[in-house]
Ligand binder design. Structure first.
Ligand SMILES: [Cu+2]
Length: 193
């Protein structure tokens, strides 16, 4: 009698242990299965956008009015961290920031990195610059500034700064460059802040 009582008690204890294992196993399962699903979904929504690269062609076109020298597009709104890649389509050109480092007056946000590609000689030649500081940037082609070959970049918002101010009266530029400045500044102002 004693023997069977002991045996059945041991059997009961064993059953209790098995039930406990089964219960904790059930309780843990949903926890481990929801955690991995939650992590990537929150990470992907919280992450910043992937930086983009924009291409600007540098070209010469014939028209009824003569040759047209142009950045295409000549104006772009991008986000901080984005890259602009200038590529020669036709002709010899540069992409050069209006910045004292390039012997010009300042028309990019204070503290922003200047750039100068130098002359790119052949179709397909390219130059890249990463824009980090928010604001308005003006640049030109050194060879064709007098032809109005200018471009503008708005990085983030068109914040007040050198790129939005009127040209100072002591700056002497060819008429076509002045006209292009006015056009690009009006565009940047039109974007709002
Ligand atoms: Cu040019």
């Amino acid at each position: 009698m004693q023997g069977t009582k002991l045996a059945s008690r041991q059997w009961l204890q064993g059953l209790v242990v098995l039930v406990l294992i089964a219960l904790t196993g059930c309780r843990q399962k949903p926890a481990t299965s929801t955690t991995p699903a939650a992590v990537p979904s929150t990470a992907s929504t919280a992450q910043t956008r992937t930086p983009q690269t924009y291409e600007v062609k540098m070209a010469i076109h014939r028209s009824d009015q003569g040759l047209i020298f142009a950045f295409e597009p000549d104006r772009l709104q991008i986000a901080p961290g984005d890259t602009v890649r200038w590529v020669i389509d036709s002709g010899v050109h540069s992409s050069t920031a209006y910045h004292p480092d390039n012997g010009r007056f300042l028309r990019i946000p204070p503290g922003a990195a200047s750039w100068d590609s130098g002359n790119l000689l052949n179709p397909g030649n390219a130059f890249e610059h990463v824009f980090q500081v928010e604001g308005v940037y003006d640049y030109m082609c050194t060879a064709h500034e007098f032809e109005g070959m200018l471009g503008a970049m708005v990085v983030g918002r068109a914040l007040d700064g050198p790129g939005l101010s009127p040209l100072s009266s002591d700056v002497h530029l060819p008429d076509k460059a002045v006209a292009k400045f006015d056009e690009l500044t009006a565009w940047a102002k039109g974007l709002g802040r």
